[in-house]
Design a protein around this ligand. Structure first.
Ligand SMILES: [Fe+2]
Length: 289
């Protein structure tokens, strides 16, 4: 098994690279650490690569980078893939922080870039935009959620955090409740990416930054029932849905088998489970979208 430890960056294509660079720098508060005519690499102010933007015909997700244990031998990953008849290629100089990655497609056809060693970009102190602490998860609409659950748990070492009936699955590769989640029920493709804010006051500041740039929330802030993160959503200038969130459930010790107890949990302890169809998406209020 390939033991994924964390989400690295996602790659998004855009028809208007400069406009997206403006959005991600001035509003989200990321820093450009590498730039060519058709591609840019962005990192958080803390020096963690988060996003690769590439010029393309449409705004879409084109790759997900996932880190395995530093020092792990990527040839072992290659052997694992070969044993499962999964085609792959080895790429060099993926980003300034990733010298080498093994690239193959997941069960939905999305390229995954698996890397072991990462070099932090230089941290920056100046303030701009909402400045998330990290890219927390990537969500997609799919035809078959179970196929994703089997692929991500069976090959990549993810754990199931929660199901909503059989149509949505939330999977973790570290303490965070979900890093990769997939939903059935809409046209397959990009659903959203999510940036984590340090705390609720930072989330509030993020909402003010968005509003002052005429980016109105289309949902939230609300506390999800599944994952219990406080989340709000808007569409970026490419029309892609962006979530900013805080207070996501944490599985701090896998052996304990439950998420750190919180006053808003429905169960004590809150363990991974299958939530019924009527489960609200907003613990604080009415059903959300
Ligand atoms: Fe989300």
């Amino acid at each position: 098994m390939i033991g994924v430890k964390r989400l690295g960056h996602v790659t998004l294509t855009t028809p208007d690279l400069q406009r997206q660079l403006d959005y991600y720098q001035a509003i989200i508060g990321l820093s450009v650490i590498d730039r060519t005519r058709d591609r840019a690499v962005l990192a958080t102010k803390l020096g963690v690569e988060t996003l690769v933007l590439e010029r393309g015909d449409t705004a879409d997700l084109s790759a997900i980078a996932l880190q395995i244990a530093p020092g792990a031998d990527l040839s072992d990953v290659g052997r694992e893939l070969t044993s499962r008849n999964i085609a792959f290629e080895v790429r060099s100089d993926v980003t300034p922080g990733i010298a080498k990655a093994i690239v193959f497609r997941d069960v939905y056809g999305t390229p995954l870039e698996i890397f072991s060693d990462y070099t932090f970009a230089k941290a920056e102190k100046q303030v701009s935009g909402i400045m998330p602490i990290k890219l927390g998860h990537v969500a997609r609409f799919v035809e078959d959620a179970r196929a994703g659950a089997e692929f991500y748990t069976g090959l990549l070492g993810f754990r199931i955090s929660d199901w909503r009936t059989t149509v949505s699955v939330f999977m973790r590769c570290g303490p965070d409740h979900h890093t990769v989640n997939v939903f059935e029920g809409q046209k397959p493709g990009f659903a959203h990416i999510a940036f984590e804010m340090k705390d609720f006051s930072e989330l509030q500041r993020a909402c003010d930054v968005l509003a002052s740039n005429d980016l109105k929330l289309d949902w939230g802030p609300s506390r999800h029932n599944i994952g219990h993160n406080i989340a709000c959503y808007h569409k970026n200038w490419d029309g892609l849905r962006i979530e900013v969130y805080t207070e996501m459930d944490q599985m701090k010790d896998e052996a304990l088998g439950y998420f750190e107890p919180r006053p808003w949990h429905e169960d004590m302890p809150q363990r991974p489970k299958v939530w019924p169809a009527e489960t609200s998406r907003n613990y604080w209020g009415l059903w959300g979208s």
